[in-house]
Design a protein around this ligand. Structure first.
Ligand code: AMP
Length: 360
């Protein structure tokens, strides 16, 4: 990367959601301006120096956008590969193409993980009703059918139960290429948020424990209630993942902790997010360096900051109507309120979050 990436430069961010907003705010603190590119305005366009509202396949607009910035990053993993390719003709896209291609496809992602010797849920590819029937015979019921691409927050997923009509389940997911996953009897769900910089340096925050409601993250507790060896192993897994992807930026790896015969816990990787992540929002108020600042440091090729945690953490997502309780959170000592500025509080929509910081 050339020497132009210094405070005062402008970076591009694909996507106008809350992750883009928090990235742009962290960038601004370091004197870095943000240019948001998205089809529609959103929380990020309220805080960025520039924005372009155009479709992701507009070659001319993408070229002009890329020419205006030192590098481009993204707040969601479903960036069309053609969009990334067009931008890459003008400037670096970080995290790079290997990270995008691998994490956009659940089958490639699992094959990549297993290739590194990292355990996942058992799975089989499904391309039609016949292969679904064979996979169900192998993996049993209940099991979970997931589209290989474009899934998030439980979208693009269906549970195969006793009595489920298999062709109907497959059609309900659009008859798209899928994988069937065996149901994992997890004791808890955890995630590791970490960063790797252009020189290969690595920093990880403490392991997060995540509680979901209707497939959407509801609450994150840090540190996770797992033993030290398991926590060390979780971070070591992520270190192998980022090295394997030659990754630059912040990454989140979601894992299932499963009780083993010896009374301990073993880890299975569920999903890799090649971006800043909801389970890392607590780092804004609860860590020396936030995941958003760390991402800016990493993609700019600057030294990584300390991921040291400042206390015990509870992060609550404010979904839908929860946001109307904003006044209650403002009066809580030790609690930080974050409001994303979305105008319609639809049920389940991520409207904001609060971080509670306790003394250890
Ligand atoms: P995902 O979109 O893959 O992150 O899945 C969303 C949520 O569904 C996860 O956080 C789990 O709570 C649940 N889930 C997904 N896959 C499995 C699995 N193979 N076994 C058990 N629960 C799962």
């Amino acid at each position: 990367m050339d020497g132009s990436v210094a405070p005062g430069c402008m970076i591009g961010i694909l996507g106008s959601g809350q992750l883009g907003r928090m990235l742009a705010m962290a960038a601004a603190r370091l004197g870095v301006k943000s240019h948001i590119y998205a089809p529609e305005p959103g929380p990020a366009t309220d805080v960025a120096a520039h924005f372009t509202l155009m479709p992701y396949d507009d070659v001319r607009a993408l070229g002009e956008f890329a020419a205006s910035v030192s590098l481009v990053t993204y707040e969601f993993e479903n960036v069309p590969s053609e969009t990334a390719r067009i931008i890459a003709e003008h400037c670096p896209v970080l995290p790079g193409p290997r990270a995008l291609a691998t994490t956009q496809d659940r089958l490639l992602e699992k094959q990549f993980l297993n290739g590194l010797g990292i355990e996942t849920a058992p799975y089989m590819p499904v391309d039609d009703a016949g292969s679904l029937a064979r996979a169900v015979a192998q993996l049993g019921r209940p099991s979970i059918l997931k589209t290989r691409r474009f899934g998030y927050d439980g979208k693009g997923q269906a549970t195969v139960r006793e009595g489920s009509d298999l062709p109907a389940v497959f059609c309900a997911l659009g008859a798209a290429p899928c994988i069937l996953e065996g149901m994992v009897p997890f004791t808890r769900e955890v995630s590791v948020v970490a960063a790797r910089s252009t020189d290969g340096s690595f920093a990880a925050w403490d392991v997060c424990e995540n509680e979901h409601a209707n497939h959407v993250l509801a609450r994150t507790l840090v540190p996770a209630k797992i033993d030290e060896d398991t926590a060390r192993e979780a971070i070591e897994i992520v270190h192998r993942v980022v090295d394997g992807l030659d990754y630059v930026g912040v990454i989140a790896v979601e894992m299932f902790a499963v009780g083993d015969a010896g009374g301990g816990e073993r880890l299975l990787v569920n999903e890799i997010a090649p971006r800043v992540h909801n389970s890392g929002h607590w780092t804004i108020d609860g860590s020396v360096t936030s995941q958003f600042e760390q991402h800016i440091r990493a993609i700019c090729g600057w030294p990584l900051g300390s991921p040291r945690r400042l206390g015990r953490i509870e992060m609550l997502n404010l979904l839908g109507d929860d946001i109307f309780r904003w006044r209650d959170f403002l009066v809580e000592a030790g609690t930080s309120l974050h409001v994303y500025g979305k105008n319609e509080a639809r049920p389940g929509r991520k409207m904001g979050h609060v971080t509670r910081l306790f003394e250890n």
